[in-house]
Design a binder for this molecule. Sequence first.
Ligand SMILES: NC(=O)c1ccc[n+]([C@@H]2O[C@H](COP(=O)([O-])OP(=O)(O)OC[C@H]3O[C@@H](n4cnc5c(N)ncnc54)[C@H](OP(=O)(O)O)[C@@H]3O)[C@@H](O)[C@H]2O)c1
Length: 477
Amino acid sequence: MSSISFEQSLEIQRPLSFVYAYLSDFSNTASWDPSVLQAQKTTPGPLQVGTHFDIQVKFAWTQISLNYHITDMQKDRYLELKGMADTYSLVDRIRFEGDETRCTVHYQVDVYYQEPMARLAPIFAPLVKANAEQALRTLKRTLEGESTDWQPTAWTKLSDRLVLPGLLKFTRRGFMASKSRWTGIVTDLSRKNILITGATSGIGAAAARSLGRLGANLIVVARNEKKAQHFSELLVSEGCQPPRIEIADLSLMQDVQNLIKRLLEREEPIHVLINNAGALFNQRVVTAEGIEQSFATLLLSPYLLTEGLKPLLEKAGGARVINVTSGGMYTQPIVLQDLESEQEDYNGTKAYARAKRGLVDLTEIWAREWKDAGIIVHSMHPGWADTPAVSHSLPKFYEKTRAWLRTPEQGADTIVWLAATPEAAETTGLFWLDRTPHSTAIFPGTKSSPETQAALRSKLNEYVQRFRETPRGNQRA
Ligand SMILES: NC(=O)c1ccc[n+]([C@@H]2O[C@H](COP(=O)([O-])OP(=O)(O)OC[C@H]3O[C@@H](n4cnc5c(N)ncnc54)[C@H](OP(=O)(O)O)[C@@H]3O)[C@@H](O)[C@H]2O)c1
């Protein structure tokens, strides 16, 4: 057995109770420790001695799974956690001193290596210490609310144009490279109403869990009541407020219209609207309302919902709309005369990409038009994340790229950042990946002109007019 010890004190200009609460939830390590790929609290209920966390870390070229648990917890004074991996174990001992304005954190980590790793400990020591120092620097910056510098670098712009380096950014490696520049998100969202669609799975679930942990009042729109209830229970087990559940099948405009009506009747402001629900449909299917499913779900539905909720967004003052699109939209222009993919052999990937392109166009339209109403509109894409959408709809792609795919949490990070941070309110109408705006077009002929965008809007208006005017049950095309 051989060990490495690391010790450092941090002066943090934030209240002791806030710092203690943040550090005691070790699932936050994914935000402040650049070597952590993923961190999940695996014991339901409040944080206490015995609470477990599953933490995936990258070390040099390997990925290591650590089973952490709290071994001692004295509120606002002391925390101790033990972590176990196959070949080593760790003890984190954290002492706190301070008051309502400041806090000193004394952080000590001891790493114990078993044979044969123990022999390599002297070689690892400098790397372990460098990682720990970087993590604690990021922790301090996070807790003191330092903002992320989101301006795209010259390399970001160039790599988008060169396509391949841009594509590598979609992967887990791309995320980890970007993450090394960031801080965690600690905004208090406790008075914010955040409506998110598609939170019963994948990226939406990951985003909603993070936003819930920041205190948001979540309104979860789902089509499956059982899944929504299960998700609600999960949130509560993680210490979040139960979300309000609104049931709607977002491929059906009458359902969207009814949802809008219910929300308008409540008259509650919506501070953040996240249009996330989506899927890639490999077969051309027409909904019961007579509209092609990709177009209905991915473009018409967020259009109707966002336009319909504008009064509640305005009421919030400084509201944000976040449209979850896809890097796939780079490959396609919007095709106004064939929004429902009728004129050529149906290709699900194409239909998906065109609808997502349309959502990027809508983002730009709304950003221009709603600036004076104080509504900020962002589009983003999550990169390639390991979710049911990818494994079900693109099984071959999934098999080949699985090791490169992001976790849902990594895919969701930019949604949370755009929803929560003050710096994300500095701009509107941009297209984001990993907290950085990117170009919306790479290939010739794919970018929509302002005239095309205006024509798209008119076409969508014609569609939704039908549902605004037609009573339920009589809305087929
Ligand atoms: N994963 C990626 O690599 C990737 C890449 C680019 C873009 N995206 C986008 O990210 C978003 C989330 O996708 P994901 O990968 O997290 O997929 P996912 O795990 O399959 O989640 C999709 C969510 O959307 C909901 N949904 C789908 N159709 C709906 C409908 N008609 N009405 C109501 N809810 C509906 C699903 O509900 P159920 O649980 O009931 O199915 C689920 O909650 C999508 O907009 C997707 O296009 C994902």
